[in-house]
Design a protein around this ligand. Structure first.
Ligand SMILES: [Zn+2]
Length: 344
């Protein structure tokens, strides 16, 4: 019996060491340690043994069983580790492959243009001011020398919320509000960019919503030559040092005298072409010396204080600078259009 048990042990251990996967190990376990296995069979025959032999064989049988079980467990752990290793290797990520590109956004062309203009005026010592887009009739019109019934109001029909509240038609109310805060005895040097609204039919050059950027300087001894110097610096930095400017007489109710500023046409160098309609000049903005009535309404003594103001449309500046031919491109938010102007 002893020999039989030793034989079984050798057989089983050999099969364990030859097993190459978890399943064949399971088979070995069932074969040798199962209820119908040879060791159980040996134990069943113990009844035939003498009293002295029984415990010796019983102990040996247990030892054989334990050593087979231990061998199976050790091998199983090793095989499972190896299998996990293989699986991890098969599923591993190749970090050297190129990644999927991430789309990065950028500022809207209008935002970029406004920021560029802001930087330029901050460099000349101007402050940036903001005001409400829903404005009172007083600040939008009356404080700017446009009393009720003034014919110039017709050009600025707006969206009214009530009789006295409307969507502002220009950023000029910000000028009136800023002057009003100064008690008539402090200088003002500001620009105010922002959205404005007019009842207009949308086409290639008109939009019911657009952007304005206005500037105002009020101080003692401000002259028209100061206005021209500031506008000249703006035009040359925005459109190139070789551009000339010219001022033409114009009319605005809140400035006197009023002017329109043109820059020399970049396309034809002033000779005349289709872009400048043969004139050699392109209109950029409106400006003028602040009307004494406007100064007075804001609390300034027009005999002591004077000032200049100007206003431009950032859309128009962007259209001229980048050759955009339709104002609606700024508001339809077509990524293909906007992407062209993202700065790297
Ligand atoms: Zn031209």
């Amino acid at each position: 019996m002893k020999e039989r048990l030793e034989e079984l042990k050798q057989e089983a251990l050999e099969k364990v060491s030859k097993s190459e996967n978890v399943q064949s190990l399971k088979d070995v376990r069932v074969e040798y340690l199962g209820k119908k296995g040879p060791i159980t069979e040996v134990l069943r025959g113990m009844g035939k043994l003498s009293k002295e032999e029984r415990p010796v064989i019983g102990q040996l049988a247990n030892e054989v069983r334990e050593s087979i079980a231990a061998a199976i467990d050790t091998k199983q752990t090793r095989l499972e580790d190896e299998e996990l290793e293989k699986q991890l290797e098969a599923e591993s990520i190749d970090v050297t492959l190129p990644g999927r590109p991430v789309r990065v956004g950028g500022p809207h062309l209008l935002t970029s243009i406004v920021e560029e203009i802001e930087d330029l005026f901050i460099g000349m010592g101007f402050e940036i001011k903001e005001g409400p887009e829903v404005e009172t009739d007083y600040y939008n019109f009356e404080a700017l020398n446009l009393p009720k019934g003034h014919p110039a109001r017709d050009m600025q029909d707006s969206f009214y919320i009530t009789e006295e509240l409307l969507l502002r038609t220009h950023t000029s109310p910000v000028q009136a509000r800023t002057m009003g805060q100064k008690d008539g005895n402090e200088p003002v040097k500001m620009i105010c960019p922002g959205k404005v609204y007019r009842r207009d039919t949308d086409d290639a050059t008109h939009s019911h919503q657009f952007t304005q950027l206005e500037g105002l300087l009020v101080d003692k001894h401000v002259r028209m030559s100061d206005l021209k110097g500031v506008l000249n610096a703006f035009a040359k930095q925005m459109f190139g040092a070789e551009r000339d400017i010219r001022l033409r007489p114009s009319f605005f109710p809140f400035t006197e005298p009023s002017v329109e500023m043109d820059i020399s046409c970049k396309v034809c160098e002033g000779k005349g072409c289709s872009v400048c309609k043969g004139t050699g000049w392109i209109e950029i903005l409106g400006a003028g010396m602040v009307h004494p009535n406007v100064l007075e309404m804001a609390g300034y003594d027009p005999k002591e204080y004077s000032g200049f103001a100007f206003g431009m449309g950032p859309e128009r500046i962007a259209m001229l600078k980048y050759g955009v031919d339709d104002i609606r491109n700024f508001y339809t938010n077509d990524i293909r259009f906007l992407e062209q102007y993202h700065k790297a």
